[in-house]
Write a protein that binds this ligand. Structure first.
Ligand SMILES: NC(=O)c1ccc[n+]([C@@H]2O[C@H](COP(=O)([O-])OP(=O)(O)OC[C@H]3O[C@@H](n4cnc5c(N)ncnc54)[C@H](O)[C@@H]3O)[C@@H](O)[C@H]2O)c1
Length: 306
């Protein structure tokens, strides 16, 4: 059994990793400043370090005696990064650098970095493969991309093992549904609950590759233990299926309204996971239609469009 630190362990993805690690019998620490995380997501079995990763000296104690770090902490929304480029850069770039330094200095063996498919931006062809030239189209995408490079440099320069997982739109139980910066599934949930029409950006024919959080957790566990990674490799973590916003709105049912489309984001995303299979032996287990149907059921939302 190992001791793991999950940065952002009170966040959506981080808290699912924490639960899985505890279930597997590991010792688990959480480093979080609760900027977007929630206290109720911290289980009694985990040790909490309520710290801000933008302060490198403050976070050092959390890393002492740790075997591996799952680095999920970030200020994670594209529109937030456009509204707040400095704050998001401090958290997503300086925070990541600080986490790498603290992990290196504490002798941590491996760090798994939560990277983002937004690094691809618009590409001439699909599916998206990690050898494509990145095209970050907004501050968040750029920040997450820079983090991948720091992970690679730390493996090269200091020997700490790192691997970057580029997640494609993650959804699932306990996903964030409060505040101004939530993802489309949560926006549709709120609008359905409020009896409002679903707002669809642009023509609604843009596509996203939605990935269930349980699959993302599996990818993290495999990335932490695979003997084939550790040198800053970058792999996709996506379900490999494209879904339009119109189709998702149909699954929620009810009226829709079209609003101005979002610029500064790719129109389509679709993961190629051949390299992920090869390097960390990972494949998605949950089909989007099943994962979404389960969520809608849990939220008491009747599926009317299928
Ligand atoms: N959710 C997605 O669809 C998605 C897609 C691609 C990549 N990612 C990446 O996955 C990771 C987790 O995303 P999420 O959706 O769970 O986000 P989240 O907002 O739910 O979780 C992020 C956590 O980090 C914490 N945090 C933020 N700034 C901090 C700081 N300065 N110090 C300490 N803790 C801090 C927050 O309080 C929160 O608990 C992020 O790195 C994000 O960029 C997410």
């Amino acid at each position: 059994m190992s001791t793991y630190l999950v940065t952002g362990g009170a966040g959506f993805i981080g808290h699912h990793i924490v639960r899985r690690l505890l279930d597997d019998g590991h010792t688990v620490r959480i480093l979080d400043n609760f900027s977007t995380g929630k206290r109720e997501r911290v289980p009694t079995g985990a040790e909490l370090f309520e710290l801000d990763m933008t302060d490198v000296d403050a976070i050092r104690p959390a890393f002492v005696g740790v075997d591996g770090v799952f680095h999920t902490a970030a200020l994670p929304r594209v529109p937030f990064s456009i509204d707040h480029p400095i704050e998001s850069t401090q958290a997503n770039i300086m925070g990541t650098l600080n986490v790498l330094v603290a992990a290196r200095d504490a002798g941590v063996k491996r760090l798994v970095y939560s990277a983002s498919s937004s690094a691809y931006g618009s590409q001439p062809t699909l599916p998206l493969t990690p050898d494509m030239r990145p095209n970050p189209m907004n501050p968040y995408a750029l920040q997450k991309y820079v983090g991948e490079h720091f992970c690679q440099k730390f493996a090269e320069l200091y020997g700490i093992e790192t691997v970057s997982l580029r997640y494609f739109n993650v959804y699932g139980p306990n996903m964030a549904d409060e505040g101004a910066y939530v993802t489309v599934i949560s926006v549709f949930k709120r609008q359905t609950e409020a009896g409002e029409p679903l707002t669809i950006a642009g023509d609604g024919e843009q596509t996203r590759d939605f990935t269930h959080v349980f699959d993302v957790v599996n990818a993290n566990i495999k990335a932490m233990t695979s003997p084939k990674v550790g040198k800053g490799e970058i792999v996709n973590v996506g379900a490999g299926e494209a879904h339009t916003m119109n189709k998702i709105a149909q699954a929620f049912g009810g009226p829709t309204v079209f609003v101005e489309g979002r610029k500064n984001e790719a129109r389509h995303t679709l993961a190629d996971i051949a390299l992920t299979k090869e390097l960390i032996d990972w494949e998605p287990q949950i089909k989007f239609n099943d994962g979404l149907a389960e969520l809608l059921k849990a939220w008491g939302i009747e599926k009317s469009g299928q």
